[in-house]
Design a binder for this molecule. Structure first.
Ligand SMILES: C[S@@+](CC[C@H](N)C(=O)[O-])C[C@H]1O[C@@H](n2cnc3c(N)ncnc32)[C@H](O)[C@@H]1O
Length: 385
């Protein structure tokens, strides 16, 4: 059962380009081996190129290569698993060759490894490795209900052990499906990476302000801003997709957020109507997601160079238009979950230069899984003169 589930997940992600979370949901995993199978699937997707190479298969893989890939992985990592695979003996010379080649061993597409090496230089090898580590599990206490200390106690009653990271952040001591807890159903927390929480904090939203989250998606950061605002003031969440805003409204109801409005962006007129209205503006722009490969290992196989160019152009358009929603003296945070300078420092430096003194860069920060146990993020705090 585990074996056929793994093959069908790998077929779906590596051959048919479906997202891993959808493939896992479709695989209808049985209860007994569910978490083992999910972990194995994540690991296999992370290191697909490594195991393909160890099995002597060329890249890109074909459907017929998947059971050989599984056999190479099982022989190397999980020899005790009850899988019915053809006997596999690792060729020692091939193992040494694959280990010595970071593109294969760390498992990246050639173009991506080269691009990151070129743009990040000496910092890339350690990052390439860190982006392959399974992520830590963080929670953001919904401070409309209580702080991290109070949440820690509440979760301990439900047998979920955590460490306090900040006034509003907890880290799980070991993995748990926190969505099943009563505390989650009561809206006492959201699962959110500690790095992502810091982006919302940098904006400095406060009660009574008008705050716009212009690329809100399903609202991970909107809800953090709502908690900072203590339900006082105006919080406007926008996106180009109504479906995402619908998911946000549902999450906001659970979290007890009352000052939220949502608005679909239908074109430049939507932005113009809000000219000069906001004290704070969050631009959590669409990006390559290269900083969150720990969480979404499938993204390294689906992103293509032309997607990157397109994303960089969209980010530039957003920067050229959305900051007009700020009042004079207002502040914005531009953020990505990428570590590519073209989406980050270079994009912001270009914007500041184009603004001819109207916008000033106050600070910029990069979070990386190499230095801290967070996903990779970039954030810049910019003020309007
Ligand atoms: C990085 S995601 C946002 C994640 C979200 N802020 C969170 O914390 O959960 C970027 C969002 O930008 C939206 N988006 C894409 N193009 C956009 C545009 N031109 N204007 C506004 N939002 C856009 C996407 O639909 C996506 O939801």
């Amino acid at each position: 059962m585990m074996q056929s589930a793994l093959i069908s997940i790998l077929q779906s992600v590596l051959i048919e380009d479906h997202p891993l979370d959808k493939a896992l949901a479709r695989a209808e995993l049985d209860g007994r081996h569910k978490s083992e199978t999910v972990q194995a699937a994540q690991h296999l997707v992370r290191y697909a190129r490594r195991y393909g190479a160890l099995a002597g298969r060329s890249w890109p893989l074909k459907s017929g290569d998947l059971s050989a890939l599984l056999a190479a992985w099982a022989a190397l990592e999980s020899p005790s698993l009850p899988l019915k695979l053809k006997p596999f003996t690792q060729d020692k010379a091939l193992l040494a060759e694959v280990k010595a080649n970071p593109v294969l061993w760390q498992s990246y597409p050639d173009w991506l490894y080269e691009l990151m090496s070129e743009r990040l230089g000496d910092a890339w090898p350690a990052l390439a490795e860190a982006l392959n580590r399974p992520p830590a599990q963080y929670l953001r206490a919904n401070t409309l209900h209580g702080d991290a200390g109070a949440l820690k106690k509440r979760l301990a009653e439900e047998k979920v052990a955590t460490d306090v990271i900040s006034d509003s952040c907890l880290k799980l001591k070991r993995f748990a499906n926190v969505f099943r807890t009563q505390a989650f159903k009561e809206g006492r927390f959201e699962q959110q990476d500690w790095g992502s929480q810091q982006i919302a904090q940098l904006l400095g939203a406060a009660p009574g302000m008008t705050v716009i989250d212009a690329c809100a998606g399903a609202g991970g950061k909107t809800l953090a801003l709502a908690a900072q605002m203590q339900n006082k003031g105006r919080l406007l969440a926008m996106d180009i997709f109504e479906g995402k805003l619908q998911a946000l409204r549902k999450r906001a109801r659970r979290a007890g957020v009352h000052n939220l409005e949502t608005r679909v962006i239908e074109g430049s007129a939507t932005i113009k109507r809000l000219k000069g209205k906001a004290d704070r503006l969050l631009l959590d722009v669409p990006c390559s997601g290269l900083g969150v490969l720990r969480r979404n290992p499938d993204a390294k196989w689906t992103i293509a160079p032309e997607h990157l160019d397109n994303l960089i152009a969209i980010q530039r358009e957003i920067l050229d238009s959305y900051p007009r929603m700020l009042k004079a003296g207002g502040k914005l945070v531009y953020a990505t979950c990428s570590l590519l300078p073209q989406e980050n420092q270079l994009q912001v430096a270009d914007f500041i230069a184009r603004s001819a003194g109207q916008f000033v860069l106050e600070s910029e920060h990069t979070l990386s899984p190499v230095e801290g146990n967070t996903d990779g993020f970039y954030m810049a705090l910019i003020s309007r003169q």
